[in-house]
Write a protein that binds this ligand. Structure first.
Ligand code: ATP
Length: 256
């Protein structure tokens, strides 16, 4: 944690998050492009008022039910996600339980190794990645992300992705998989293509997912979970999230 950011600064969390990513970049976890991608996310978060909306809460509940009901769920991890949420990724994967697979757009063996090391430091065991044997190819995808593990993404029925490119989401959906996306931009191709999109910052959504999974496991049954999954309408949820951003902008534009 950076000590030169005053805790009473109105944008303390946002500045700390930036510092965490810069540290991830300096440690080799985050790519330079990842820093720019975070900037795009920040802009949408600003429009959201940097708060988890009720629409995100609904999407989180649907996503948790979907992950718990899955036969073979996988959490896909990239550099930004690992730099910001490694503790939560490992906790969530143990709770569901789900496999963790490292899958990078700007891939290098070195970065994969460092991300794996970071997750292992937080307690992860047997993370998958292109370093493991048994790799397979996602059909119709040309980026580095096409190389996936047979025991992970390739054979998964539900995959959670974050800071994702729309191409892979599209390809995974075409393979018949259910995709849960964490994406602050409700109009990105990823957000629009995924089955369940959580329009929220990963730093807020992940702790809430852990709390929600704990609650569902303790208090709910599979009938309840199926009801939540069936009733969730991603297109409507995305439209509402976008409307919320527009309303926020409208409020700002009204002169005093
Ligand atoms: P697409 O191909 O889906 O249209 P893109 O090219 O716009 O995606 P990328 O640069 O591949 O997007 O990925 C960055 C995405 O991640 C952006 O949509 C951005 O809003 C989102 N994002 C960035 N930081 C965060 C964060 N901390 N939490 C959630 N989403 C984030």
């Amino acid at each position: 944690m950076r000590t030169d950011i005053p805790v009473n600064h109105p944008r303390f969390i946002s500045l700390q998050t930036r510092a965490q990513l810069v540290e991830g970049f300096q440690n080799g976890l985050v790519s330079s492009e990842g820093l720019i991608a975070h900037g795009r996310g920040e802009a949408f978060d600003y429009l959201l008022g940097e708060e988890t909306s009720d629409y995100s809460v609904s999407a989180i509940e649907a996503a948790c039910c979907c992950l718990l009901a899955a036969n073979h769920p996988v959490i896909s991890v990239n550099g930004n996600f690992a730099a910001l949420c490694s503790t939560e990724i490992v906790r969530l994967s143990n709770l569901i339980p789900a496999r963790i697979e490292i899958n990078l757009f700007h891939r290098s063996a070195e970065r994969e190794h460092l991300i794996n090391q970071e997750l292992e430091r937080k307690g992860a065991k047997n993370c998958l990645g292109s370093f493991s044997s048994k790799s397979n190819i996602i059909p119709g995808l040309s980026s580095n992300r096409r190389i996936v593990h047979s025991d992970g993404i390739y054979n998964a029925d539900v995959i959670m992705v974050s800071l994702e490119d729309g191409d892979r989401t599209q390809a995974l959906v075409e393979m018949g998989k259910k995709v849960i996306a964490l994406d602050l931009n409700p109009i990105s191709r990823t957000a629009q293509t995924a089955n369940i999109t959580i329009v929220d910052n990963v730093i807020r959504a992940m702790p809430m997912m852990i709390r929600t999974i704990n609650m569902i496991k303790l208090e709910k049954n599979s009938e309840y979970m199926q009801g939540i999954i069936c009733r969730f309408d991603n297109k409507r949820n995305l439209a509402n999230s976008f409307k919320l951003m527009l309303l926020g902008l409208e409020r700002q534009s009204i002169p005093e």
